[in-house]
Design a protein around this ligand. Structure first.
Ligand code: BGC
Length: 340
């Protein structure tokens, strides 16, 4: 079988290699169908984020997976099932979070992540996964099943928003989503599915992103200043400091789900803190996802309009040219790599 390999920070070393099929009888054997390219993969390949598996000089990239089961050691999965694999594995010690399978809250940083931290990703034509780290998908999802992992990150963000809102008896009726990339759009989808009035802000003024937002029944803005409505929850998907600040000023609960990589100091208005104190407001960060979030994501995708989900997948590149997915083209939302 063929597999992608990358060396963090050395895009020129990216290659496709022949490998033996994996042989782990206790795990699901899966035919890899698609993987999604996300900002983290670009950071790994271009900027050197990520950790190689011990003793190796390259890692198989990609953590957003879609595959079809070839064989299963348990009756919970059957050949032909569409599945997505979980990204993170608990730390071996384990920490208090990993001890209860809440690996997404790992306290000691000794977790591993497929395609990101020390273990190979899903960018290969055959992969295996322990049944506990696989999620069965609605077979009618087809290619859109590759959105399960980003949707799991968003499902966790919404779960955090609900938990924090509950603590202050906040009835959540409206949401502000900053950023209309795959994470922001999926956050908007889950907000609409919760019956909320959803406002989405991104820089672009036209094209596929505004269309996808309005088709959902949410409202699109290319300038945050134009959002006049009150917002109960903000899901911040850009990591841009100015936007984080504005979310914290406007919303009772802000969930930070994005990283910008920006380092330049920005002027901040300290009155935002007064508002946070007097309004019992909260800002929480979230990363990764636990199994319940993957299950929630699979259900949310199953309930979503297929044309809308398929509209998020804007480009498909073959495994042999997987690095073509690194650069975003105009109107790209999610670019996927076809492993078949
Ligand atoms: C992935 C997460 C992962 C995080 C940090 C994100 O792109 O979606 O699963 O935990 O990167 O490595």
């Amino acid at each position: 079988m063929r597999a992608a390999e990358v060396v963090p920070g050395k895009p020129e070393a990216s290659r496709v290699v022949d490998r033996d099929d994996p042989d782990r009888p206790d795990e699901l054997l899966v035919e890899g169908l698609l993987v999604g390219m996300c900002g983290t993969d670009v950071e790994i390949i271009r900027d050197g984020f990520g950790w190689l598996p011990p003793g190796r000089d390259a890692i198989v990239p990609f953590h957003e997976s879609l595959g079809r089961v070839i064989s299963s050691p348990t009756p919970d999965f059957a050949p032909g099932d569409l599945v997505a694999g979980v990204v993170r594995r608990p730390d071996p010690e384990p920490c208090p979070a990993c001890a209860v399978d809440a690996w997404d809250f790992c306290r000691n940083g000794k977790y591993t992540e497929r395609g990101i931290k020390e273990i190979d990703g899903y960018g290969m034509q055959r992969w295996t996964v322990p049944p506990k780290f696989a999620v069965k998908l609605d077979p009618t999802l087809g290619d859109a099943g590759v959105l399960t992992e980003p949707a799991s990150v968003v499902a966790k963000a919404w779960a955090q928003a609900s938990a924090v809102a509950e603590r202050s008896h906040l009835p959540v009726r409206s949401a502000l989503i900053t950023g209309a990339g795959p994470i922001g759009l999926l956050a908007a989808l889950l907000g609409v599915q919760r019956g909320l009035e959803v406002h989405v802000v991104d820089r672009v003024t036209e094209g596929r992103k505004p269309d996808l937002v309005t088709t959902l029944g949410a409202t699109y803005y290319s300038d945050l200043a134009d959002v006049k409505a009150d917002v109960d929850v903000a899901i911040e998907c850009t990591g841009v400091a100015r936007l984080i600040w504005e979310c914290a000023r406007r919303a009772s609960v802000t969930v930070l789900a994005g990283i910008s990589g920006e380092h330049d100091p920005v002027p901040l208005d300290p009155s935002v803190f007064d508002g946070m104190v007097l309004g019992n407001k909260a800002v929480v960060g979230t990363v990764n996802a636990g199994l319940p979030d993957y299950v929630a994501a699979a259900e949310a995708l199953s309930d979503a309009s297929r044309p809308w989900l398929n509209g998020l997948i804007t480009r498909r590149v073959p495994l042999d040219r997987f690095t073509d997915a690194l650069a975003k083209e105009k109107d790209d939302v999610k670019v996927v790599v076809d492993l078949t």
